[in-house]
Design a protein around this ligand. Structure first.
Ligand SMILES: Cc1cc2nc3c(=O)[nH]c(=O)nc-3n(C[C@H](O)[C@H](O)[C@H](O)COP(=O)(O)O)c2cc1C
Length: 325
């Protein structure tokens, strides 16, 4: 399938693996790229430019296909060395960067000068238009369903994607709630040129996370995610567990007085224990409602091939319906 996104990124299928903290290592990105999608290394999981440079080199040893790096821009008191991370990306010859979190305008100059394509992940039409205005090449439109940070507007993709299609001139992919061939065809119907998946790619053979994480996703239904940190205007969709229920109880009790310090135990530094050690009740970790559609743990190749053949079959069926009419 050829779309503006496959052409822009030089990939076979219009499927992207979004950056994921403590999941987006070289093994994950290479497996997705080798299967014809666009794999993405998560820059901040590496943290320093030196470690990111090593991870990029490792990924290059594992695939000769294009892959990207995610740079999530966080409002922290001690920000990571973003200019150093950008330099590692440029020096490593990475062709695509996925930005997220905040307006990436300060990172764009050197990335564009190096000929790197930038896809910015946003949760609203107004942020997507801003990304277009500042010179991003594409947008990943992340609906309310998504695992991770859906923003504060709560607009699901059935509305957000056609709204984006009506307003944007640059190409965009759907993100949030995407799992299969149906998701891809629906995304194309709503105006996207491809789709981005997070949670679905965690439940694959190659995802470099503990087996407990994969099993938790397979066991979860669409009812098992919760929104946390809304009082801090940093809403995150996570899989429910003991720590999350405790966190929600604190949010109820403290109301508008809630501060980040009150919930540090449930959210700060928990990813390595969950993703690497499989300690599933250790804290809050991002997971999408799409867990309800995930029932297996295929290889990335099996997953992507299945999506593309199902999408072809759906398109043929729809074509049949149109011709019959
Ligand atoms: C475990 C996990 C960690 C994530 N970490 C990041 C991150 O560090 N930076 C980022 O931009 N997005 C992050 N995301 C969001 C994904 O890139 C993607 O936008 C989202 O998962 C799409 O929704 P879906 O899970 O329904 O497919 C994360 C998602 C998950 C599930």
């Amino acid at each position: 399938m050829k779309t503006a996104i496959t052409e822009m990124f030089g990939i076979q299928h219009p499927i992207i693996q979004g950056g994921m903290h403590y999941v987006g290592f070289a093994e994950m990105a290479a497996a997705v790229s080798n299967a014809g999608g666009l794999g993405i290394i998560t820059g901040l999981t590496q943290g320093t430019p030196e470690k990111l440079a090593n991870e990029i080199a490792k990924c290059k040893d594992m695939t000769d296909k294009p892959f990207g790096v995610n740079l999530t821009i966080l409002p922290t008191l001690t920000p990571p060395d973003y200019p150093g991370l950008v330099k590692a990306i440029i020096d490593g010859g990475v062709p695509v960067v996925e930005t997220a979190g905040r307006n990436p305008v300060e990172l764009l100059g050197p990335l564009k000068d190096a000929g790197i394509k930038v896809i910015h992940k946003c949760t609203s039409v107004r942020h997507s238009l801003k990304a277009q205005d500042i010179g991003c090449d594409a947008v990943s439109v992340d609906g309310f369903e998504c695992g991770g940070h859906p923003g504060e507007d709560d607009i699901p993709n059935m509305i957000l994607l056609p709204r984006a299609a009506d307003e944007l001139e640059i190409p965009f992919v759907s993100s949030g709630g995407m799992a299969d061939g149906r998701s891809l065809v629906a995304s194309l119907a709503l105006g996207a040129q491809g789709m981005n998946m997070g949670t679905r790619f965690i439940a694959t053979k190659e995802a470099p996370v503990h087996e407990n994480v994969k099993q938790a996703i397979v066991a979860a239904s669409e009812l098992d995610t919760r929104l946390v940190m809304r009082p801090l205007r940093n809403t995150e969709r996570v899989l429910t567990n003991e720590a999350v229920e405790r966190l929600i109880q604190k949010e109820k009790e403290l109301g508008d007085d809630l501060k980040f310090e009150d919930i540090m135990g449930e959210v700060a530094g928990v990813y390595p224990k969950i993703m690497m050690e499989g300690a599933m009740d250790e804290g809050a970790w991002s997971c999408g409602m799409v867990a309800g559609l995930i029932n297996d743990i295929p290889t990335c190749q099996e997953l992507i091939d299945g999506i593309m053949s199902d999408a072809d079959a759906i398109l043929a069926r729809m074509n049949g319906l149109a011709n019959a009419a």
